[in-house]
Design a protein around this ligand. Structure first.
Ligand code: SF4
Ligand code: SF4
Length: 221
C-alpha cells in the first residue's frame, strides 16, 4: 500500500485513536489525519494540550481505528459476533511542520487548505506529519458472510521505515499429521503437495494450531 491508499483507508474511518507515551504509560485520544502527500500523513493539535507535549518529547505516535460496526452481538451459543469490517493501525515517527510549509503545498492543496483554515481559526493549532511508519489493515469477516476465510491482513510501511511482519510458520520437524490444518478455523493453513504452510495474511495468530501440534513444530517466523 502507498501513502495515498493508507490515507484513504484511514479517512474512510474518520475519527481515530492516537496513542502517545506519558511518563512511561500509553495515553490515547481521538483525532484524525486531514491530509497526505509523499512526505507522510498530517494531523493537527493545539500546543497547550498534553498530546502536543508528549509528541514533542517522544516524537512517536501509534494510531488505530475501525471501519464497521463497533456493536458486539451474540449468537445462539452466546459467543460474540461482529459485522464484517476492517481495523487499521500505523506506528511511526512524527515531527512538527511549520505552517508556512503547509501553505506552500501544491499537491492535495484542497486537503491542506482545511488545515490552514483551521490554523487561522485557532491560533494555538500546530501541525504534525507522521513521516515514516509501519502498519497493518486487518480486514475481517468472522462469520464468513462474504468469503470463505475470516481474515485478510495487509501489512505496509512507508518512507523507509523497516518492519518485520509478525507471523507463524511450520518448521522442519513437522510430521505432516494434519492436526493444524483441520483445527484452523481461519482457513489459514494450506496443504501444498504433502506439506502444510501457514498463510500469514489469513492467520489470526489465535494459537489453535500450536495447541494441537504433537511435535511443537509451529513457531514464530
Ligand atoms: S494461529 Fe490460528 S489462525 Fe493462525 S494458522 Fe494457527 S490456527 Fe490458524
Ligand atoms: S500439527 Fe504439527 S506436525 Fe501436524 S501437520 Fe501441523 S505442524 Fe505438522
Amino acid at each position: 500500500m502507498n501513502i495515498k491508499e493508507i490515507y484513504e483507508k484511514f479517512d474512510a474511518i474518520g475519527s481515530l485513536t492516537f496513542a502517545t507515551i506519558n511518563e512511561g504509560y500509553p495515553e490515547t485520544r481521538i483525532a484524525h489525519f486531514f491530509a497526505y502527500d509523499d512526505k507522510g500523513l498530517y494531523f493537527r493539535v493545539m500546543f497547550p494540550k498534553p498530546f502536543y507535549k508528549q509528541m514533542k518529547k517522544e516524537k512517536k505516535v501509534s494510531v488505530c481505528g475501525l471501519n464497521g460496526s463497533t456493536a458486539i452481538t451474540h449468537g445462539e451459543d452466546g459467543l460474540p459476533e461482529f459485522e464484517p469490517g476492517y481495523s487499521m493501525r500505523v506506528t511511526g515517527d512524527i515531527k512538527e511542520i511549520p505552517l508556512e510549509e503547509i501553505v506552500n503545498k501544491t499537491i492535495n492543496k484542497e486537503l491542506f487548505d482545511v488545515g490552514i483554515k483551521d490554523a487561522e481559526k485557532y491560533s494555538a493549532l500546530r501541525i504534525f506529519v507522521l513521516y515514516r511508519g509501519k502498519g497493518e489493515v486487518f480486514d475481517y469477516d468472522f462469520e464468513t458472510k462474504f468469503r470463505d476465510h475470516k481474515l485478510l491482513r495487509t501489512s505496509f510501511s512507508f518512507n523507509g521505515f523497516s518492519h518485520k511482519v509478525f507471523g507463524l510458520k511450520i518448521k522442519d520437524n513437522c510430521i505432516r499429521c494434519g492436526n493444524c490444518f483441520r483445527k484452523c478455523s481461519f482457513k489459514a493453513i494450506d496443504k501444498i503437495n504433502k506439506d502444510y504452510v501457514i498463510d500469514s495474511r489469513k492467520c489470526d495468530v489465535c494459537g489453535d494450531c500450536i495447541v494441537v501440534c504433537p511435535v511443537d513444530a509451529i513457531g514464530e517466523k
